[in-house]
Write a new protein. Structure first.
Length: 286
């Protein structure tokens, strides 16, 4: 085995059986079983989630946030399921504990993730992508691997930060130096462990190099460009001050005109102002 591959395998084994990373909550397992029944309704699914009042309040807070951008307020979980789809609701449930940790440990990364979700929703709707809310959710969790590294590999995380500062390099390059693997692949490992759909896993794994994706390249390209936009605007922090390089092949997949880009940037900036208020409110909720 090559040295780099050996390091990757070592990291994979370290993360394989960790206890502090969330597994699928029992409520999701129950919901998964219900979804397999052809006659199940959003109301029935909503009743299960409604039994957990804390989870219900967080879900409704999230779906009413500016990065989903619904014009009317959503007041019930069943309505949220109808509008967003079960895959999105399931992902929000599964990742809720991760985002609680991020709110207290790394506000900058949390805000960056919310900003990327907002940008991804705008781009997906412009591209008339099916289920744009799913792509927004992929934007929300695209940096999941960074959270895993911080939580489960604290010594390596400290060395990554040191490399970023000393060499003035990107977090991703520092991760590869220290771990032999970058956060995108680590995030995809966990997403697969949670049995998230490929439409969500692929943008996580390939958000820095969308053209390596075998499927859903357009979705990976949207999250890739969303990440760049939000980093360029400076909303939140991805862990270093650098804007990731644009993959020009990916840009060709989703290419927008100058007029489109002016409108997209205007809408994004307006939504990020609203999102700043939302981040303050949801911290108070938690």
């Amino acid at each position: 085995m090559e040295p780099e591959e050996a390091r990757r395998e070592e990291i994979r084994q370290k993360l394989k059986d960790v206890q502090s990373l969330p597994t699928l909550p029992p409520i999701v397992s129950k919901l998964n079983g219900m979804v397999e029944k052809e006659d199940v309704t959003a109301v029935q699914l909503g009743r299960i989630i409604d039994k957990d009042q804390v989870l219900t309040s967080k879900l409704l807070k999230m779906v009413n946030s500016s990065f989903f951008g619904f014009p009317q307020r959503i007041s019930t979980v069943s309505s949220a399921i109808v509008l967003l789809g079960f895959n999105v609701i399931k992902t929000l449930i599964v990742t809720s504990s991760i985002f609680e940790t991020m709110q207290s440990a790394d506000i900058g990364l949390w805000e960056h993730s919310l900003g990327c979700a907002t940008a991804a929703a705008i781009l997906a709707k412009r591209r008339r992508v099916k289920n744009p809310e799913e792509i927004s959710t992929a934007g929300l969790i695209h940096d999941l691997g960074k959270i895993v590294i911080r939580a489960e590999l604290p010594e390596e995380y400290a060395r990554i930060k040191e490399v970023v500062e000393r060499q003035e390099t990107s977090t991703m390059d520092a991760e590869i130096q220290v771990l032999g693997i970058a956060h995108a692949e680590i995030g995809s490992w966990l997403a697969r462990r949670w049995n998230l759909p490929a439409r969500l896993v692929t943008p996580i794994e390939f958000h820095h190099d969308p053209c390596r994706a075998r499927e859903y390249r357009d979705l990976a390209a949207i999250v890739h460009f969303s990440d760049i936009l939000v980093r360029a605007i400076g909303f939140g922090s991805g862990g270093d001050p650098w804007v990731p390089p644009l993959d020009h092949d990916a840009w060709e997949i989703i290419k927008f005109s100058r007029t489109d880009m002016r409108e997209i940037l205007g809408e994004l900036e307006d939504r990020l102002v609203d999102l700043q208020d939302f981040t303050m409110e949801i911290q108070q909720l938690g």
